[in-house]
Design a protein around this ligand. Structure first.
Ligand code: ASP
Ligand code: MG
Length: 425
């Protein structure tokens, strides 16, 4: 049994759904769990709805209409033999969302709660449309509400998995479903609290869902179908000599995603590594190609430097106002401020009198963090920066990367080098 994951880009239109159907049909006698994200840019569109709703802005219902229009267009492009049923189902989802927005509960329980109740519907819509269309077109399947099995805590927008519950429920549910059908279609990204409120696992979290289900079901493999040929050694947007990696060790995969490689969600690797389940990243455009295999390898192949570029970074230097050492107590204060403001630290370095951190320059979190730090410390910063992380670097790679650039900070460990430099737009 394998777990497949199809992201939004793979089902952004009717053609995408037909392509997915072709891929599923080519796996003839296997049990498949198919995890699907919201179609195209639906999650972004729903975020706009929630933001407007939360600000009491009347355009929320306008935005919601756009989301509905987008899905109806895909339905019409799919040319269902009878589209009445699916249209009814889609209508019901939107009616429920409108109700949720009329009730005060959603607003009164906070933004993150409202966000999860509404934004999660993108995955419900996509899987309903896809499951029905596949059933009409000879790819028999069962639709499953992943909230029947994936139990989380109530950290809305970043929910944590209740593993014991999730494992039990998943095993039970799938042993029943697989008796009825070889293929199960379900949602990525969403879960439920024990009180039956919907949660989400964080943006791009569908990969993680696939890994969770694979873990609970002891799957043989996870396949993430993407619009790239596999895991590349760099984003070609920033680096023209990028090559496709054939095999990536779990360790490298964790490091690369931790430092910001966006090819798969950072949380995906841990559960599959724990059960030694390989993960393949394949192209949905050329599904016969091998893609990249992430697994229990000694080393990544080919052995080339891998680059991760992160833009919109800010480098903050913190020192004591009285020129004293930045020692343990200071550092602990600095860290508690960073943790209070939930800033994402990408690199840190200290000297006798100053402590530097490079963080994502989030327009909400960082001004508040700086304000807090300035109460106690001397604070200097540089923004508009780019952080380049190079895994398996060679001295020559660093030299050519630094050539002609203004580098503010450099750090090297045995396998990883990081450079903070001015971003050139
Ligand atoms: N639809 C969600 C998002 O766009 C989850 C995912 O795509 O993995 O963030
Ligand atoms: Mg997506």
């Amino acid at each position: 049994m394998r777990v497949f994951k199809f992201g939004g880009a793979s089902v952004k239109d009717a053609e995408g759904v037909k392509n997915l159907s072709g891929i599923l049909a080519s796996f003839k006698d296997e049990k498949l769990v198919v995890v699907v994200s919201a179609m195209g840019k639906t999650t972004n569109a729903l975020e706009k709805v929630v933001d407007a709703y939360y600000k009491n802005d009347n355009s929320a219902s306008e935005y919601l209409k756009e989301v509905k229009g987008f899905h109806l267009e895909i339905i019409s492009g799919l040319k269902f033999k009878s589209s009445d049923e699916i249209k009814k189902e889609v209508d019901a989802v939107f009616v429920e969302m409108e109700w949720a927005m009329e009730e005060e509960t959603a607003r009164s329980k906070g933004y993150a709660f409202a966000y999860d109740q509404l934004v999660s519907q993108g995955e419900i819509l996509s899987t309903k449309i896809i499951s029905r269309w596949l059933n009409e077109n000879e790819v028999a399947n069962r639709w499953m509400d992943v909230r029947d099995v994936l139990v989380t805590d109530n950290t809305y927008r970043d929910a944590k998995i209740n593993w014991a519950e999730t494992e039990n429920l998943t095993e039970e549910k799938f042993s029943e479903l697989f008796q009825k059908s070889r293929i199960v279609i379900t949602q990525g990204f969403i879960g439920t609290t024990s009180e039956n409120f919907t949660t989400t696992l964080g943006r791009e979290g569908s990969d993680y869902t696939a890994a969770i289900l694979a873990y609970a079901l002891n799957a043989e493999e996870v396949v993430v179908w993407k619009d790239v040929p596999g895991v590349l050694s760099a984003d070609p947007k920033y680096y023209s000599d990028a090559v496709k990696l054939e095999e990536v060790s779990y360790h490298d995969a964790i490091e690369l995603t931790y430092y910001g490689a966006t090819v798969i969600h950072p949380k995906t690797i841990q559960p599959i590594e724990n059960k030694n389940i390989p993960l393949r990243v394949c192209s949905f455009k050329s599904p016969k190609d091998k893609g990249t295999l992430i697994g229990n390898f000694q080393e990544t192949r080919p052995q080339v430097p891998c680059f991760i570029f992160k833009t919109n970074q800010i480098l903050i230097s913190i020192s004591a106002k009285d020129f004293s050492f930045v020692a343990e107590e200071n550092i602990s204060e600095i860290f508690s401020a960073i943790s209070r403001h939930k800033a994402k630290v990408n690199l840190m370095q200290n000297s006798a009198i100053s402590f530097s951190v490079c963080v994502d320059n989030d327009s909400f979190k960082i001004p508040a963090l700086l304000h807090d730090l300035k109460k106690k410390f001397e604070v200097l910063y540089n923004d508009g920066l780019r952080l380049v992380t190079i895994r398996h670097y060679l001295p020559s790679t660093i030299d050519s990367l630094m050539n002609g650039k203004h580098v503010l900070l450099e750090q090297r460990s045995r396998h990883t080098a990081q450079l903070v430099m001015k971003d050139e737009k």
